[in-house]
Design a protein around this ligand. Structure first.
Ligand code: 5RP
Length: 294
């Protein structure tokens, strides 16, 4: 029991120090609850408001694609350089060590393989399992203009509802079907629909012409996917241009794990995203790290 005699009667209420009420670092996120904000800061760096997400969820429709055949060998060594990992629950449980304490963005939609109509997805995880896995966000594919557009948007809104119930943000992933044009007009439409319908942040592709109008018209943070493997300098340029034009970071897969030096490229990407390093300088760093096999 506490010793009553030692209780001091002097109190300091710091009356001269006004209590702080600081705006949250991520756009459009001020009104979110504490748990949601806390989880978002397990994805976005609290100092920069940006993220380098490592996307390795491709197997959910592609199977063991190039670079992801042995994720224990190729992906686990990259974990120290990622702010967040985007993966399926199967890979999380089977390959990713629980010592990885940064954010996990869980692939939460799926169904069709590349052999079928990709937009015909369902929700592929129960919220209880997502909570059990302690994930930072749920990722769902949204096929605006695709054959199953409404169904995929409905998948997202259902995940937003359960995510809101438990304080788990939803990442809306805009998937552009082969028949659609990847331009700023389409990206504005797709990203805005995701944000309007409740996604906490949105993933899209970078477009060289008018990307700043995509970020300007989306009220929540945008991250870019890498897309097909590019030359390393081009991937760094794309990341640089995207963040300079308002993106809050990258969610890159193939441009990292299909690189000749994945750990060197992800370290160079970090410099571009978090420190605004020019792409040419980041490329020099990539070449140095690659030579040193770091
Ligand atoms: C798969 C995805 C991927 O995570 C996304 O495409 C990012 O990977 P990449 O940089 O290889 O495009 O959402 O549907």
């Amino acid at each position: 029991m506490a010793d009553k005699d030692s209780i001091k009667e002097t109190h300091n209420y710091y009356l001269d120090i006004p209590m702080k009420s600081e705006p949250f670092i991520l756009r459009g996120s001020n009104s979110l609850d504490w748990g949601m904000k806390n989880r978002l800061l397990n994805i976005f760096c609290p100092d920069t408001g940006r993220t380098v997400m490592l996307a390795v969820d491709h197997g959910y429709f592609l199977g063991p694609t190039t670079g992801l055949e042995r994720m224990d060998v190729t992906i686990v060594p990259l974990l120290p350089y990622a702010d967040t990992l985007m993966c399926t629950r199967g890979i999380l449980r089977s390959i990713i060590p629980p010592t990885f304490t940064k954010g996990v963005v869980l692939r939460s939609s799926g169904g069709p393989s590349i052999l079928k109509e990709l937009s015909n997805e369902e929700i592929a995880v129960d919220i209880e399992d997502a909570i059990r896995l302690n994930v930072a966000a749920l990722a769902v594919q949204v096929f605006v203009g695709g054959e199953y557009e409404t169904k995929s948007i409905h998948n997202m809104t259902r995940l937003v509802d359960v995510g809101n119930r438990y304080g788990i943000p939803v990442l809306g992933v805009t998937a552009v079907g082969k028949e659609l044009v990847r331009d700023a007009k389409y990206m504005r439409l797709a990203t805005r629909i995701c944000a309007e319908l409740g996604a906490s942040y949105v993933k899209t592709y970078y477009v060289a012409d008018g990307f700043e109008t995509v970020t300007a018209s989306c009220p929540v943070p945008i991250v870019i996917a890498g897309g097909k493997k590019l030359q390393e300098l081009d991937a760094l340029r794309m990341a640089y241009d995207a963040v300079q034009q308002g993106a809050a970071g990258v969610d890159m897969g193939r441009n990292v794990f299909q690189s000749e030096a994945p750990s060197a490229i992800i370290q160079a990407l970090r410099k571009v995203v978090h420190e605004n390093m020019a792409p040419e300088e980041a490329h020099d760093l990539y070449l140095t790290l690659k030579k040193e096999k770091k």
